[in-house]
Design a binder for this molecule. Structure first.
Ligand SMILES: [Zn+2]
Length: 261
C-alpha cells in the first residue's frame, strides 16, 4: 500500500477543509507514491520521533501538531524544526499532520477524550457543517452517573495520567454534564457555560479565565499534551480499518515539552 492511500484515508476521516484558517494540516514532508513500511503515530514531530520511526522501520510519521507551521526560510541546523525536517528527508520519512481538521472532525480528538471519560449522549459543543461533513469544536455529554466534584477531578486525573490538575474551587453540586475541548481549548469556556455544563475540561487556560466562575462550572485543566495524548488511538483506528496490513506503532518518545517538578 502506498503512503498516498494512508493520507487519503486520514483525509476522508478529517477532511482538510475542516481545519482552521491559520492551520497547516496535511502532508508536511515526503513522497506519497512510496510504499508504506509502517506508520509511527504521535502528537509532535521531533528529531527523536524521526529516529524512533527509522529504528522501527517506519517511513511514515502521522502527527497531530504540524511540523511545518509558520513556514521555513531556510533548512539548516539552526532550529529544532529545521533539524527535524533535514532528518526526515535524509531518511526518506514522510510526515503527515492531522491538526485542527482532526479537532473538528466527528470522532476526532475531543470524541476520543469523551470516550475515555465514558460520556454518553455526546454532541459537538458548537456544531457546523463544512461541505458534506458534520463537524465542530468541543464535545459535550453526560457522565453515566452524577459525581461529587472531588471524585470527578480524581477520575479525570487518573484517566489522563495527570499528577496535578489546575481547577477553580470545587463545585458544591454534583457533576453530571461535562464539556471538553482538548489542547488550547479555553476559547470554548463561555460555550460550556451556555450549554449548562457542570464541568469543563481542557488542556490550557489563561489565569484570568479562572476568575468569576465559582460554583458556576468546575474548571479542570489537565495540560495540552495530556489532553490530546489519545489522538494516536484515533489515527490507529482509521489506519487499521482503512489500510489493513499497515504496521501502526504509537510513539514511545514523550514529546511533552512541559515537565512537572
Ligand atoms: Zn494541540
Amino acid at each position: 500500500m502506498k503512503i498516498k492511500q494512508v493520507l487519503e484515508a486520514l483525509e476522508r476521516f478529517a477532511p482538510l477543509p475542516l481545519q482552521e484558517s491559520w492551520d497547516n494540516a496535511g502532508l508536511q514532508i515526503g513522497l506519497t507514491e512510496a510504499e508504506v513500511s509502517g506508520a509511527l503515530l504521535c502528537l509532535d514531530v521531533t528529531e527523536k520521533v524521526i529516529d524512533e520511526a527509522v529504528t522501527n522501520g517506519c517511513n511514515l510519521v502521522v502527527s497531530h501538531h504540524p511540523l511545518l507551521f509558520r513556514g521555513l526560510k531556510q533548512v539548516s541546523d539552526l532550529s529544532d524544526v529545521q533539524r527535524t525536517v533535514r532528518k526526515a528527508i535524509k531518511n526518506d520519512v514522510c510526515v503527515i499532520s492531522m491538526h485542527t481538521n482532526m479537532d473538528n472532525a466527528m470522532g476526532g480528538v475531543n470524541w476520543k477524550m469523551a470516550e475515555k471519560l465514558g460520556l454518553q449522549d455526546t454532541a459537538f459543543m458548537s456544531p457546523k457543517r463544512v461541505g458534506d461533513s458534520d463537524c465542530g469544536s468541543g464535545v459535550v455529554g453526560q457522565l453515566p452517573q452524577a459525581m461529587a466534584a472531588a471524585d470527578f477531578v480524581a477520575m479525570v486525573k487518573r484517566i489522563f495520567g495527570v499528577a496535578c490538575a489546575h481547577c477553580n474551587e470545587l463545585l458544591q453540586r454534583p457533576v453530571r454534564r461535562v464539556a471538553l475541548c482538548g489542547g488550547a481549548g479555553d476559547f470554548m469556556l463561555d460555550e460550556a457555560i451556555a450549554l449548562g455544563a457542570d464541568a469543563f475540561i481542557t488542556g490550557e487556560m489563561h489565569y484570568h479565565q479562572y476568575f468569576g466562575h465559582e460554583q458556576e462550572i468546575q474548571l479542570c485543566v489537565i495540560g495540552h499534551y495530556e489532553s490530546e495524548q489519545y489522538t494516536a488511538e484515533v489515527f490507529r483506528d482509521i489506519i487499521e480499518q482503512e489500510c489493513p496490513g499497515v504496521k501502526c506503532l504509537t510513539a514511545e518518545t514523550n514529546t511533552n515539552p512541559v515537565n512537572y517538578f
